[in-house]
Design a protein around this ligand. Structure first.
Ligand code: C2E
Ligand code: MG
Ligand code: MG
Ligand code: MG
Length: 281
């Protein structure tokens, strides 16, 4: 091992670092271009009611169709965008595109359920509410047709203007995403005007076999019911998970069991055809 810690391995390490830094930079440059050259798309993942099996909402999820590399996952480029500040441009694009799509469904006379848009903590500034209202206005969309998904990191940051900003966004509906994976204490929850909790996939995956996941899911649902919050389970892939969550009293499910995120046209078709999940006991 002595040899490896010598100058040679240091150089090797440096080269690897340089490669990673270059790759990072390349991606950043390309992302800047993507945002203005039509490489970004929004796909829509349905949320279904565990009572009726009907589609009652959708989550808009960003997709990057890279000309050479194919689809790049938001799990890769959103963190990069957050680091570099590009999230402001991308976030504005997402809001505008969601507004445009909802508005076009509305003007076509289609009855579409509310669409949720993900917001990064960095987008959360004092001008956000008026920006969103501007988007809705431009596209003739009412606040009931949109929802906003935020994460616990925003609550933990604890900026006092966060509550004030949230209060201005209440008409749109605020959902707490990836619930259970952050570090917010339960006492935090009642401080914020959050109408919906989304149980993270990490706790859904082990249902109904992992005792710990069952206990966590049960605790989250019970608490949400006490706080009169809607509860959505993320990442539901099996009938067994669905049945367990339905019996717990969870309101909605989102996951591959019903559908992955699909194009706007495909989502529209599903809604027109009244596609349903069988939730019968
Ligand atoms: P998220 O908001 O928690 O979105 C849910 C993720 O879980 C999506 O991944 C979705 O495709 C995936 N998923 C849904 N059902 C299942 C399932 O049954 N099994 C599995 N294995 N996965 C499932 P996606 O689209 O790759 O997005 C990843 C994350 O990127 C999102 O997590 C969100 O944090 C972020 N993101 C996506 N779009 C946007 C956006 O427009 N703005 C911002 N700020 N973040 C976004
Ligand atoms: Mg989300
Ligand atoms: Mg709403
Ligand atoms: Mg989530």
């Amino acid at each position: 091992r002595a040899q490896e810690s010598g100058a040679g391995s240091f150089l090797f390490y440096r080269e690897q670092m340089d490669e990673r830094a270059k790759e990072h930079l390349r991606l950043e440059t390309e992302l800047r271009i993507a945002a203005t050259s039509g490489q970004l798309e929004l796909h829509y993942q349905p949320k279904v009611s565990l009572r009726s099996g009907r589609i009652v909402g959708a989550e808009a999820l960003i997709r990057w169709r890279h000309p050479e590399r194919g689809m790049i996952s938001p799990g890769v480029f959103i963190p990069l965008a957050e680091e570099t500040g590009l999230i402001h441009e991308i976030g504005s694009w997402v809001l505008e595109e969601a507004g445009r799509q909802i508005g076009s469904w509305r003007s076509a006379g289609l009855a579409m359920p509310p669409v949720a848009v993900n917001l990064s903590a960095r987008q959360f500034d004092r001008r956000l509410p008026s920006r969103i209202l501007g988007v809705l206005d431009r596209h003739g969309v009412v606040p009931e047709q949109i929802m906003l998904e935020i994460t616990e990191s925003l609550l933990v940051a604890g900026a006092d203007n966060v509550v004030a900003i949230m209060n201005e966004l209440v008409a749109m509906g605020l959902a707490l995403d990836d619930f259970g994976t952050g570090y917010s204490s339960l006492a935090y929850l009642k401080k914020f005007p959050i109408s919906t909790l989304k149980i993270d996939r990490a706790f859904v995956v082990g249902l109904p076999h992992e005792e710990n996941d069952c206990a966590i899911a049960r605790a989250i649902v019970t608490m949400a019911q006490q706080l009169r919050q809607e509860i959505v389970a993320e990442g539901v892939e099996t009938e067994e998970q669905m049945a367990f969550l339905r019996d717990l009293g969870c309101d909605q499910l989102q996951g591959y069991l019903f559908s992955p995120a699909v194009t706007a046209a495909e989502f529209e078709r599903m809604q027109r055809e009244g596609v349903r999940l069988s939730v019968a006991r």
